[in-house]
Structures are given as C-alpha cells and as structure tokens.
Design a protein around this ligand. Structure first.
Ligand code: FES
Length: 81
C-alpha cells in the first residue's frame, strides 16, 4: 500500500496544506483508491524552509503547491498506487 503524508505543521499550513489535503482526498475518492493509498496528515517534517507544502510519498519528500496538488497527484502518486 502506498503511504502518502501531507504536512500540516504551521509553516505548511500557511502555504496551503489544507487545500492539498482536500485535493488529495477528492482524488482518492474519485479514483476509488482507498484500498491502495494509506493517506494521513503528518506533523512538521523539518523542511519548513522550502517552498510549497511538504508531501511524503513512500518516504520520499516532495514540495507541492496548493494550486498544482491535483497535477502532482496524477503524475507522482497515481502511477505508484
Ligand atoms: S511545517 Fe511542514 S515541514 Fe515543517
């Protein structure tokens, strides 16, 4: 099962983690991926300085902008699920 985490620490919250979480939840729903993706929020991943929201895909850290969260999911998460 693919492990997907979105940081909801204060820095990432300010950069739009709520919108990233919403987008991912919607996409998991739309594509019926509940059985394939273990999706949870996470606390600070200690990389607050970089732009975007910290997202971990099977332990690999990415930075995702709220307005491109859907594209990120399609390109980087769906192929692994
Ligand atoms: S608040 Fe997200 S990495 Fe620190």
């Amino acid at each position: 099962m693919l492990e997907l985490r979105v940081c909801i620490g204060s820095a990432c919250h300010l950069k739009g983690s709520y919108n990233v979480v919403q987008a991912f939840q919607q996409l998991i729903e739309e594509n019926a991926l509940h059985e394939k993706i273990d999706f949870k929020s996470a606390f600070c991943m200690k990389q607050c300085g970089n732009p975007g929201v910290r997202v971990s895909v099977n332990g690999e850290i990415h930075h995702v902008m709220a307005d491109t969260a859907r594209d990120f999911f399609t390109a980087k998460v769906m192929p692994l699920a």
